[in-house]
Design a protein around this ligand. Sequence first.
Ligand code: ADP
Ligand code: MG
Length: 678
Amino acid sequence: FIKASVLAGENCEDEMLPVAGQTNSTKSAFEMLQEDRKNLPIYPYRDELLKAIEDHQVLVIVGETGSGKTTQIPQYLHEAGYTKHGKVGCTQPRRIAAMSVATRVAHEMGVKLGHDVGYSVRFEDCTSEKTVLKYMTDGMLLRELLGEPDLASYSVIIVDEAHERTLSTDILFGLDMARLRPELKLLISSATMDAEKFSNYFDAAPIFKFPGRRYPVDISFLPAPEADYMDAAIVTVLQIHVSEPLGDILVFLPGQEEIENVEETLKSKIRGFGTKIRELIICPIYANLPSEVQAKVFEPTPEGARKVVLATNIAETSLTIDGIKYVVDPGFCKIKSYNPRNGIESLLVTPISKASATQRSGRAGRTGPGKCFRLYTAFNYQNDMEDNTVPEIQRTNLASVVLALKSLAIDDLLHFDFMDPPPAEALVKALELLFALGALNKLGELTKVGRKMAEFPLDPMLSKMIVASEKYMCSDEIISIAAMLSVGSSIFYRPKDKQVHADNARMNFHTGDVGDHIALLKIYSSWKETNYSTQWCYENYIQVRSMKRARDIRDQLERLLERVEIKVTTNLNDLDSVRKSIVAGFCAHSAKLEKNGSYRTAKHPLTVHIYPSSGLSKVLPRWVVYHEHVLTSKEYMRQVTELKPNWLVEIAPHYYQLKDVEDGASKKLPSAIGRTPA
Ligand code: ADP
Ligand code: MG
């Protein structure tokens, strides 16, 4: 019995794992797994570690990546009886790591995923009443704390990958979970970085450090900088493939797009070589990759072939891929940055830190001596790279954690025990936004609206849009839109050879210049009318996988509506109501048309443009609200909807005054651009 398991078909249910003692062949596979477990570097320290856990409430555990911290420690605790009186929860910074590691551990224990071992990530709970080892994202544990403030159902919490210093991990640290219950064990586990800092922060908690197996890695730099790191990566991979002994290659790339590009080029080059070179198996791995494809990177490389793994920095510490002998490190990653002045968050390709570079090169020396090819110069390394990556809390929008902390009755944020405090400006900005959304009152106290918003595992602007839909009687439409927005940009399928067809299909949903949010609603409703037809998706160049995910998310949002006692009501004949709900959520994202066809944001003036693929990019309404901001060649607004400026004053009177939206310049606009909604 799987509790509220979303995507169960994909990840939970059809996973039939071998059970110990079933048949001869599965038994030997199971036994082999047990042998593997005993060969991990952590194994000789098993008893000593359990003793230390018994003796101390809080323990910092430090060990090399791949030594067995994530997969073994929860199993040791289970074997030692900790799961008799509560669960062992183990947090991961990334959903893909939580899912992959849980799958592996279920396998090692010979149990079905979702039963004794499960995982819980946003919008997907693959656990049951029986679950005793629970892998989850750090964000999910934070949400669980909202519902179970003393974590009574847990006997041990492991904050794993602590060195990643994600926003949620840092907040969990500050909440000081050890003080909740004296018998709750708290383990902080980290790769070999910053152990003293963690220990100091947790009142001089003891550090349990065990040696990993590390073989020498020969590191080389480029003699001169390379202009195109992707090109350089491809050339390096091919050079390794033709001139170095067998052994798999791991290439670090900033994101999905870069991985897809490199994959395509590599494939065509390999085809060009024909049978002159040996087989090169290309395995991409990034967070949004479907789980069947993800599993491919863990499959052993066939005899005589070589595997090249194209990974985001997920492979730096979160996932261990065995058999890597060569690492290609272009020295970049995609990193979030936040400007508290204008409230804009962007994802930028940025040089990595020295600590990251060390982790990356270490991936080559896990099972034998290896080589790391750094595609930057030694000078760059010395002079252009920071020692450590700036923790996320110092470069992100804090609105959702401030809302979470307020719901935990933590009001004095300036004195919250942050390991590294966020910029005061970012805190103020978050409070300001929550006030604008009506989640906080003038005194900074949580309102009824704020309490409802906090129930949704979404950005506060989206949560507010949903909560506001009650008033406009259109919650049915709004949760469809919210689900579609949460799926992100992967809804449309746009193959290179059929781009015109794909674009035409997309524009069909935009008839009447309704705006992108309404177009998303139309797509969802049309798909639903066809009874969720896959054929319909093909015909309309829509990714069926994304649609299914949207449906799962929508189902969950519907359940959450019930929890906050908002009725599901539909108001399809009045699209203005739908738009007003959107404005209620995104009032801080309004922008006004300028004479030259660009836009100016209303509150913190900035020049922005409508994203080219938007249905409104040729219409140019006078006023818009947008879902998100993206920076590519220009500053763009993505997912745009038209509004009447007086709505801003009507809907968010404490945030907008008439003078903000008065539109003196509009009369001078050429008639081709600038219009009011019909
Ligand atoms: P750590 O957390 O210390 O970095 P892990 O416990 O994640 O180490 O991994 C220990 C070992 O377990 C890895 O070296 C690898 O051999 C194996 N392993 C982990 N996850 C998987 C997986 N999804 N598939 C196959 N093997 C895995
Ligand atoms: Mg780990």
